[in-house]
Design a protein around this ligand. Structure first.
Ligand SMILES: CC(C)(COP(=O)(O)OP(=O)(O)OC[C@H]1O[C@@H](n2cnc3c(N)ncnc32)[C@H](O)[C@@H]1OP(=O)(O)O)[C@@H](O)C(=O)NCCC(=O)NCCS
Length: 186
């Protein structure tokens, strides 16, 4: 089980709440964010009800499998939610779960360029390793330079472009283990 709240020097990672729906909508209704997060078709989040449903969905998924976590990345100085970091169970393209998990991240564009994604992902993955995860996969579109930079800053092992066993197609795959973390496990 991952801790609910994780503190870093500039950030507070905490579970999503219904009150986050407006910010979730403002983030996940943007094509320039969601086009990197999943397979096409990319469907921008349409309204507040969908954002509330998203919050409920991630809370339910985590309750079903506490090795997962979706954390709102709250900036201490402002209280704003910069974005999301997650640890999520991966399903194989052919169907089925074989104990694989990924870590991932996205920011609202107004919060990019401050190091928040790297700081948040470093803290969440350290907590995940402390909670028993042995490795975390990272998968991204091959041309997602900003995300690759985050993964590299974390110290992840870059496996290069490969067939993606979870999302299909060709992805840039990386693997993060406790010993990779620049600041070490929590
Ligand atoms: C991927 C994504 C989270 C990366 O965001 P990011 O802001 O580049 O990453 P970080 O928050 O770690 O910030 C790093 C940047 O902040 C800069 N920075 C500024 N102040 C900083 C500080 N005090 N500490 C650390 N870095 C700082 C770094 O130099 C770096 O900028 P650079 O890339 O120009 O060198 C963002 O592009 C995004 O949300 N994309 C859409 C969704 C997505 O692709 N998700 C990943 C799917 S695999």
């Amino acid at each position: 089980m991952l801790p609910d709240v994780i503190g870093t020097p500039r950030l507070r990672l905490r579970p999503y709440e219904p009150a986050d729906a407006a910010r979730v909508l403002d983030t996940l209704s943007r094509l320039d964010v969601i086009r990197w997060l999943d397979n096409p078709p990319f469907v921008p989040m349409p309204d507040l009800d969908a954002a509330r449903a998203w919050v409920e969905k991630v809370r339910t998924k985590e309750a079903d499998d506490p090795r997962q976590a979706w954390r709102a990345v709250e900036v201490r100085a402002t209280g704003d939610v910069a974005g999301c970091v997650l640890v999520s169970r991966l399903e194989r393209v052919e169907g089925g779960f074989v104990g694989e998990y990924e870590t991932g991240w996205h920011l609202h564009p107004d919060s990019a360029g401050h190091g928040y994604a790297t700081e948040a992902a470093g803290a969440l993955t350290a907590a995940a390793f402390a909670a028993g995860h042995e490795e975390l996969n990272i998968t991204m579109y091959p041309d997602n330079g900003p995300s690759l930079a985050v993964a590299r800053r974390l110290g992840a092992d870059d496996l290069g472009e490969r067939e993606d066993p979870w999302y299909g197609g060709t992805s840039r795959l990386l693997l993060l283990r406790p010993e990779h973390l620049v600041e070490g496990p929590a």
